[in-house]
Design a protein around this ligand. Structure first.
Ligand SMILES: Cc1ncc(C[n+]2csc(CCOP(=O)(O)OP(=O)(O)O)c2C)c(N)n1
Ligand SMILES: [Mg+2]
Length: 740
């Protein structure tokens, strides 16, 4: 095995498919057989209940070894499928590493016991952490290739910089690098498969898609997933691709296809898709029994195609090895697999104390003083809106007062000037994709104009439109971020974040944790959110922040005014965690909360609430568009009833400022939690529960909550007004709580 691995690892040293010597053929066989031996040893361990899950590469070995030997570990980039044991062995993952995964050992290099076996990861080999989600990885490969291209075209942007996430990312790139993305034929039904080949094709990216077609997706045969039963026929018209449809049971045929594919990609001609017909010799996994849905004849026909049996017969038939020699090799490899298993079973288990490690960056804490540059230039200080006790009436109206929309745009511009690794993309975010039009037209720059002028200043390589596909936006961003770029991408409306939910929940937020701190994806997702629009209706008024605060690993920010938006966005961009940056559409251009430009270094740490109105009678914890509404209600409560309401603007929802809440509630002994989102299971439920739990002795009244009705937002303004919380509702709650 060592010989074949070292040949694969050394750039370009594995020979062309038509120059293979007998020694290379034996090397290929050893890799294939070792993969099978590790699978069979794991199956034994699973039957002995020493490991907890098993899925095999049996029948896929030829295709996977062909792919690995055409590429370069630690040079090219790899986004494997969960079935890719032979691929990873051929890239240099050791059987012992695989067995450590199977036992869930502390020293499992892929995840430290957090992921199932065969969920690969190796930073030195450039194998990016894999999830169980079918096809998500394809978009990561696309973003990875885009990042590689950006670094190759502009090598200076790879330079290390202090003071932000770049201090913790060593960038590696090669002008002719390739990204390999593997997937089963069943998963080509996922939208993300089509979204990935769309962008790879359009951008002529050096991505090789490898479709491992074993004819089944668990129990579902290929014709159910693929109209006509052949994915190659369906994709044939995508421009710029090199296509190969091959016998995936013959490693030399596969090697040839991947070498041709790699040559096409390295020459900058575009992506490639290698479609290998292989066989699934065992059931889908050890949790499945294929005898329940496949006939004996069908299974036996597959056995006759076993790539290992065929390769063995070939080596003997061509006189490369005798039966005795090949038997001896196989016994040695089986012993190697068995010894790896024995050693792994002795390995220490992960410590329970470490469970919460790597949920977030341990290098760069966005709640820390590094981001506490809140001191303002004089102009901003006097602008009123951000100082304690500000109100809608206090908001500055002079020439220096900028809207939230303007100060977000300014922050993006400042940060893009400062950090050349930032790319901005999304739907309609460019000024004009046909940039020649810009000599005649003003440009679009986002449906809310938040990105206006950025393409014009920074060019179409850094600011561009994505396809109309939200998973594409987030999935590619993950690929960019894995390489050390900083994608600051836009989802046009919160209402349309759902196609990207899979990428956000199962990939973006968990990348660091699942790889035990080895990979990270510090993406910023800017998302316009919320209602009060008059006519926004169901699909332009949604809230739903608690769904994301319920996702570990993701920072969630929700500013209520221009200055906070500017300072928090800066922290979001400079930090090393993924951030969901929620921008309330109604606040974009409101008079409330305008502020003067605070300068290009103004940052606000996460997790620091702000008392926007001091008071002694009760505390109102809120954020977003309810801040000005709460302010209005509090002013009325004071004017007409003499009640002093303290309003706490949380500003960031994860992390949130528990100390500020507790400190205020201890003084006022009464508390309301108010938000725009629906009441039930909303963000306030968690805060209210924690107050009841930890501050029970400080309370003189029950914790009250205010939120929208448990329904969607209607179009007719009369209904919208009734559905969303209004200042009257807040006033009523204040009076009720004070009287309690
Ligand atoms: C998004 C998603 N949906 C469903 C599953 C459950 N699942 C795991 S593997 C699989 C079938 C995949 O078939 P295919 O892509 O052909 O790969 P194969 O297992 O045959 O190699 C399914 C449905 C999953 N892991 N991810
Ligand atoms: Mg399949």
């Amino acid at each position: 095995m060592e010989a074949a691995i070292s040949m694969a690892r050394a750039p370009g040293t594995f020979p062309a498919w038509d120059e293979l010597t007998a020694q290379h053929m034996v090397g290929i066989y050893r890799l294939m057989f070792l993969s099978r031996a590790v699978d069979d040893r794991e199956i034994l361990l699973k039957r002995q209940q020493k490991i907890f899950f098993q899925i095999s590469a049996a029948g896929h070995e030829a295709l996977q070894v062909g792919a690995a030997l055409a590429l370069r570990a630690g040079y090219d980039w790899f986004f494997p499928y969960y079935r890719d044991r032979a691929l990873c062995l051929a890239l240099g993952v050791m059987p012992y590493d695989m067995m450590l995964q199977a036992t869930g050992a502390a020293t499992d290099p892929a995840s430290g016991g957090r992921q199932m076996p065969t969920h690969w990861s190796s930073r030195p080999l450039h194998i990016v952490s894999t999830s169980s989600s079918t096809a998500t990885q394809l978009l990561h490969a696309v973003g990875c290739a885009e990042a590689g291209r950006a670094f190759s075209r502009h090598p200076e942007i790879a330079a290390k910089a202090e003071g932000d996430y770049r201090a913790f990312h060593d960038v590696e790139f090669h002008g002719d690098e390739v990204s390999l993305a593997c997937v089963g034929e069943g998963a080509t039904s996922q939208g993300e498969f089509w979204e990935a080949i769309n962008t790879a094709s359009n951008q002529k990216l050096p991505v090789i898609f490898c479709v491992e077609d074993n004819g089944y997706a668990i129990s579902v045969p290929v014709e159910v997933n693929t109209p006509g039963g052949n994915i190659s026929r369906l994709v044939a018209n995508f421009p710029n691709f090199f296509f190969a449809e091959v016998d995936g049971n013959d490693p030399v045929v596969c090697l040839r296809a991947f070498q041709q594919a790699a040559a096409h990609c390295r020459a900058g001609r575009g992506p490639a898709l290698v479609h290998g017909h292989c066989v699934r010799l065992y059931s889908h996994s050890l949790s499945d029994d294929d005898k329940n849905y496949r006939t004996a004849a069908e299974r036996e026909a597959d056995m006759l195609c076993d790539p290992i049996a065929r390769m063995r017969a070939r080596l003997v038939g061509e006189g490369i090895l005798t039966v005795a020699e090949i038997d001896e090799i196989e016994r040695r490899l089986e012993r190697e697999a068995a010894q790896a298993a024995e050693r792994a079973l002795e390995a220490p288990l992960p410590a329970v104390e470490g469970i919460t490690e790597h949920v977030y960056s341990e290098d760069l804490d966005p709640t820390s003083a590094t981001f506490a540059t809140e001191q303002l230039p004089d102009a901003a200080k006097t602008s009123g809106a951000a100082t304690n006790g500000a109100s809608a009436e206090d908001a500055p109206k002079g020439a220096g007062a900028r809207t939230m929309a303007e100060l977000i745009n300014t922050c993006l511009r400042d940060e893009m000037r400062r950090d050349p690794r930032i790319v901005v993309y999304g739907e309609d975010v460019a000024d004009a994709s046909r940039s020649e039009a810009l000599s005649e037209v003003k440009g679009k720059g986002g449906v809310f104009k938040l990105t206006a002028g950025l393409q014009t200043e920074f060019g179409s390589e850094r600011v561009f439109n994505s396809p109309l596909a939200e998973a594409n936006i987030v999935g590619r961003a993950i690929g960019y971020a894995l390489r050390g770029m900083k994608p600051v991408v836009e989802i046009q409306f919160f209402d349309y974040i759902w196609p990207a939910m899979h990428q956000i929940r199962n990939e973006l937020s968990v990348m660091r944790w699942r790889s035990n701190g080895v990979w990270e994806a510090p993406v910023v997702l800017r998302v316009p959110i919320g209602g009060y629009l008059t006519g926004g209706a169901i699909y332009h008024s949604q809230s739903g922040e608690s769904i994301f605060t319920h996702t570990p690993g993701l920072r969630v920010v929700f500013p209520s005014n221009a200055l906070d938006a500017n300072g928090l966005l800066r922290t979001a961009i400079r930090c090393d965690d993924p951030v969901l940056f929620l921008e309330h559409k109604r606040l974009y251009r409101e008079t409330y909360g305008r502020a003067a430009y605070p300068g290009p270094e103004f940052a606000i740490p996460f997790g620091k609430a702000k008392i926007v109105r001091p008071g002694k009678d009760l505390t109102l914890v809120t954020y977003g568009a309810l801040v000005p509404r709460a302010m209005q209600a509090a002013q009325q409560a004071q004017r007409e009833h003499g009640i002093e309401t303290e309003i706490l603007d949380l500003r960031t929802l994860n992390p949130y400022d528990w100390e500020a809440i507790a400190e205020s509630v201890r003084r006022t002994n009464r508390v309301i939690v108010a938000h725009e989102d629906m009441l039930s299971w909303g963000y306030g439920a968690e805060i209210a529960a924690r107050i009841a739990d930890e501050l029970f002795d400080d309370l003189d009244a029950p914790v009250r909550r205010i939120g929208a009705m448990d329904t969607f937002v209607a179009y007719q303004p009369k209904l919208e007004d009734a559905i969303l919380p209004q200042p009257e509702n807040i006033l009523k709650a204040i009076l009720g709580l004070k009287a309690y």
